[in-house]
Write a protein that binds this ligand. Structure first.
Ligand SMILES: Nc1ncnc2c1ncn2[C@@H]1O[C@H](COP(=O)(O)OP(=O)(O)OP(=O)(O)O)[C@@H](O)[C@H]1O
Length: 618
């Protein structure tokens, strides 16, 4: 798989920029969280400091009242520290939580706006893993790792400052550990970053493989691919396992380096403290307080360093989410890579025509005008898939309003591609698609053209809700009329729960023909001026196919219709037949006219008649 087969990942600079922008937008909450965190850290330093004073007072045989006063300070500081640290954790988690919710919404919104071809190419597994496990990784960091790190960092800075406040040499001794910690981190981070990225990549690949195989389970069974697919999944799982083990090994070596830093830091404080006490430059209490302060840091510094890997994992996840958010709505990567794989020199329908002239009066900027009527015109369209050869070589097609045109041709001629371009599902490399004389970009085209493809999806839920997807406010009467028009009312009302029967995954299973009738009923409810049927009847057996042809005819009556016709009886019934071969229109005209002409269509028709003798009755 090439790099463009995956969703893009934002670079470090872009991820930081996103983070800065989000923090700036929430500056009040962020500032408050840091301020409360500082109060918490300061209050946490006080007990250790007070402990040192206590040691000195005890050694000086100070009165009980002095000891009690110190004890009160320790208790009060502990309470304030606990409350402030808890509040800071809450505030940080809140700011991060809102940022994450926003990011997740934007990721899902952008993912839903991706063209079907992009989603097909990248597979849904990668996307699912981004909105699920990547979001979970960031969520975990937001609620536990980041608050912990902030409080550990603040505590570390204030503790060193407190040690230096007692005696600068104690501060310096404590600071001995800092370069060792930094060295440990610098050793670890560059090794860990690619390992975490590889781990996430492998996990995403694994989940993609699982989703693909579950979705294609019938094909897997049909071709007896179970063992091979299981082997692939096993290999992918082993890869994840191996990477996880190497991540853990690296982590334990990192822990060893942290322990070394702690050892040297504490040893330095004890030695310096001993020398200072012996020379009379510091008290026993101060040296003890410095040692306690430093020891008190073991835990938070450990947390700070240990959670760095989780922070890195979260940063890798964040880059993956920002990568999706930054995708152009058509799936193109904003940094110039083009994951959609459409022509790099493709015409941008939102860009003004450099010539400024449009012989048909189509809007020169490609789509601001209002279509007048339901004529559909495809002009000079060229297209190639993802680095593949060109499959349409300058195709032009004209459907007057209300006309029905059948598109026929051999397998791989480009019929489905042309249909998808005419419906606004694919963006043409060059050329335009116009409705009512106005060239429209794909997203606007979809408002005028509805397409039914062979892969009709039945959404899980009550059948009536499936139909209401087309028009949520459709009254029951209209839904029944739509079902009746396509010949589906009888079987739909005969279902165990009538129109409320739960269909789709996990529910009542519909036949392919029934699912296609539902799609045709949805078409009636959407009521588009232009309809495109791509092999809507090809799947069914011959009796079912004839019934579906009638359903399709009812659903498209009065609409400008383009039918990708594999059953040539559909072509015979259309106003005009267009023959596409190798990405070029080679013939067009009425059915009788083309049969009489003895060209490619006549050839196809003879072959069709030979296969299905009853069709000659048409
Ligand atoms: N998603 C895709 N990625 C890459 N190439 C594709 C894709 N879909 C179709 N093609 C290629 O584009 C060419 C035209 O395919 P298309 O499906 O449009 O032909 P068709 O006439 O509809 O064929 P059929 O009648 O078999 O459905 C074929 O060579 C096909 O292999």
């Amino acid at each position: 798989m090439t790099g463009s087969d995956r969703l893009p990942i934002a670079g470090a600079r872009r991820t930081w920029a996103w983070l800065r922008l989000e923090l700036r937008a929430r500056w009040l909450g962020s500032t408050l969280a840091v301020l409360v965190g500082v109060v918490g850290a300061a209050a946490s330093v006080v007990p250790a400091y007070a402990l040192g004073v206590l040691v000195d007072r005890v050694r000086e045989n100070a009165p009980v009242s002095a000891i009690v006063a110190i004890a009160v300070v320790i208790v009060a500081a502990a309470v304030v520290g606990g409350v402030a640290t808890g509040t800071a954790t809450y505030l940080v988690g809140r700011v991060c939580g809102y940022m994450l919710a926003d990011l997740r919404e934007r990721t899902v919104a952008r993912a839903l706006s991706l063209p079907a071809t992009t989603l097909e190419r990248i597979g849904k597994g990668d996307l699912l893993s981004r909105v699920s496990s990547d979001t979970a990784a960031i969520g975990k960091a937001a609620t536990s790792v980041i608050p912990t790190m902030i409080s550990a960092f603040l505590l570390g800075v204030l503790s060193i400052a407190a040690m230096a406040g007692m005696d600068w040499r104690l501060g310096l001794a404590g600071a001995v550990a800092v370069p060792l910690y930094v060295a440990a981190l610098r050793w670890y981070l560059p090794r860990a970053a690619p390992k975490y990225a590889a781990e996430r990549h492998a996990v995403a690949g694994n989940s993609r493989l699982l989703v693909e195989n579950m979705q294609g389970i019938r094909t897997v069974h049909a071709y007896r691919l179970e063992q091979r697919r299981l082997r692939d999944i096993g290999d992918a799982s082993h890869q994840v396992h191996d990477i996880s083990v190497s991540v853990f090994t690296l982590f334990t070596r990192f822990v060893g380096r942290i322990n070394r830093a702690e050892f040297f830091g504490l040893a330095a404080i004890l030695v310096v403290g001993f020398l200072l006490v012996r020379s009379g430059a510091a008290t026993v209490g101060q040296s003890a307080a410095a040692a306690v302060l430093f020891h008190r840091l073991f835990n938070p510094i450990g947390m700070l360093l240990f959670t760095f890997d989780e922070l890195q994992a979260a940063a890798a996840s964040l880059a993956r989410l920002v990568g999706v958010v930054d995708l152009a709505p058509d799936g193109a990567n904003p940094d110039g890579a083009n994951p959609d794989g459409a022509n790099p020199d493709r015409a941008d329908p939102d860009r003004a025509d450099p010539d400024g002239a449009d012989p048909d009066g189509a809007d020169p900027d490609g789509g601001d005008g209002k279509p007048a009527g339901a004529a559909l015109e495809v002009r000079d369209v060229r297209f190639h898939y993802d680095g593949g050869p060109e499959v349409l070589h300058g195709v032009s097609l004209n459907l007057p309003a209300g006309a029905s045109v059948a598109l026929v041709g051999s397998t791989g001629a480009g019929k489905s591609t042309l249909a998808a371009i005419a419906a606004g599902i694919l963006r043409p490399g060059t050329g335009t698609v116009s409705v009512g004389g106005v060239a429209l970009p794909p997203d606007r085209l979809r408002a005028h053209v509805a397409i039914i493809t062979q892969e009709v999806h039945v959404f899980a839920g009550p059948l009536i809700e499936d139909l209401r997807l087309a028009r949520p406010e459709a009254p029951a009467g209209e839904i029944a009329a739509a079902l009746s028009a396509v010949g589906a009312l009888d079987w739909a009302t005969a279902l165990p729960g009538g129109l409320d029967t739960v269909v789709g995954e996990g529910g009542h299973e519909l036949t392919t023909a029934q699912a296609q009738q539902l799609a045709l009923a949805r078409l009636i409810l959407v009521d588009p001026p232009i309809a495109i049927l791509d092999e809507a009847t090809a799947e069914a057996g011959s009796l079912g196919a004839r019934m579906l042809e009638e359903s399709a005819a009812a659903a498209t009556r009065g609409r400008t219709t383009l039918i990708v016709a594999h059953r040539l009886t559909q072509a015979a019934a259309a106003d005009r037949v267009v023959v596409l071969e190798h990405g070029r229109i080679v013939e067009q005209g009425g059915h009788r006219e083309l049969v009489a002409a003895g060209g490619r269509y006549a050839q196809l028709w003879r072959a069709w008649e030979a296969r299905t003798p009853t069709s000659s009755s048409r």
